[in-house]
Design a protein around this ligand. Sequence first.
Ligand SMILES: Cc1ncc(C[n+]2csc(CCOP(=O)(O)OP(=O)(O)O)c2C)c(N)n1
Length: 556
Amino acid sequence: MAQVTGGELLVRTLAAAGVETAFGLHGAHLETIFQACAAHRIPIVDTRHEAAAGHAAEGYARAARRLGIALVTAGPGFTNAITSLANAYLDRTPVLYVSGSAALRDAETNTLQAGIDQVAVARPISKWAHAITLTRDIPRLTAQAIRIATSPPSGPVLLDMPMDVLTATVDEETVRIPGTIQIEARPAADAAALDTALDLLDTAERPVILAGAGAWQCDCAKELAEFAELAGIPVFSDFQAHGLLPSGHALYGGTFHKLADFATAGSRPDVVLALGVRFGLFTLGASDRLVPADARVIHVEIDPREIGKLRAADVAIVADSRQTLRALTAKARTRRLRERSAWLESVRAAKAARRERLGAALRTASPPIHPYQAVSAIVEHMPAETIVIGDGAEAYQWMNEVIRQDRPGSYITHGFLGAVGFGLGLAIGAQTAHPSRPVLCLAGDGAVGFTIAEFDTLARHRLPVVVVVMNNRSWAASQHFQELIGNPIAGTRLSGARYDQVAEAFGCEGRHITRIEELGPALREAFARARPACLNVEIDVAPMPPELALLASRHS
Ligand SMILES: Cc1ncc(C[n+]2csc(CCOP(=O)(O)OP(=O)(O)O)c2C)c(N)n1
């Protein structure tokens, strides 16, 4: 009878669940898993820091809308991945974190990389955390972990694997790898609630659809376009839902913060259909700058805990967004719908006016390069279908003004944790998920430093990510916050380091760019070479993105 290790059982279960790749950083505790992954031809993209491994698993999960796997060793490997775990938790990203831990027989012996209860640490920042103590339980509990991670509302899980549980062997005849591991759960909306929602939309003069990350997770691009077109309602999105309705679509209004452009009485939305939206950070909390206090709200959300949290729902629908949109469309086809061309025209006009306002920056003399000029050139010159990762703070806030995406899952930026420094990790994951699509990582000069050794991972794994560093020699969002509240600058300046040379030292291409005319050609060349690259772009630190002022106004 063949004997198999716990590591082998874990990997057989991952393979049965359709896992094709993992991210991680080796430690002796994980050795059986690394060997089993090699035997089963599941490549491990090995990073230079566990934070990046975790973020790469998140990037993979978000770009591919499938489970990401992060393998981190006992003790410091686990603690290094905590920011990623917390990030995935707040953003509901389905990632399975597998942590090595000390052998059960070594409990309370002050042994290596041990002494902390990893499950206890992970529990408040994961959907489920569990230590496996019996080798034969590995397939059953791994399948359970995957089901919990991937069923709605999705989220990260931690499986803690003591070294002796992983190295122990069992007779393979005595354990069964579960057949059906992932389940499709799409709760449908109540028919009466749908009628009430349509009645309410019918009363609206200026309705909007807000598409949130939850809508993107429900994979409802086609259904969203169908309903919005049928009902003639403009759509705004948060970052994760960007591209759910193509940016060039006549009904697309922009990201949520652009609702601030409808500031005067009689011009503001009066009914909001919020699809998979978690009111809070991206809707400016309890303030009514974006979603007017007197607007009526239809809230479609898969997690009932989100309904009524910050905004009372006039119609509450606990359901999958795709199912709900299909049902709304079917019902709406049987009704006479209102005509709202004047409202749609004012949304289009607000969009054009904003572009015109910001466009003045394109005409300023360069150098110095205005950040708006830089992001405009990037969007103009990057290839079609590019997945954009937005790291830093002002860097991605400028990008928010100009980004145009036609496919969802193509603009990946920070979520509720608001972490900076995850960009290279996310880009590694996104490029692994989509080897044939271009991936651009936009980073602040502060952000790129967090995991700068990941240029080595890009080079070793031949991941042709193009990293554009918006080098303003500053933690600009922090520096500008100090300026906005009238404080002296303290601890927020950086040196203008040559990040392009650092990247070159790791085996990537590097370019130092000081003139705006150089950026477009350099970007096109970098993508054409299909090698990892760093374009270090010197930009002006002075201009503040409009979104920063909007966020800062909440603190004043
Ligand atoms: C891990 C982490 N540390 C610190 C912060 C606080 N913070 C928010 S924005 C910011 C500045 C980011 O600077 P940079 O990456 O250079 O981007 P820029 O604003 O210049 O575009 C900092 C430090 C954070 N959000 N996350």
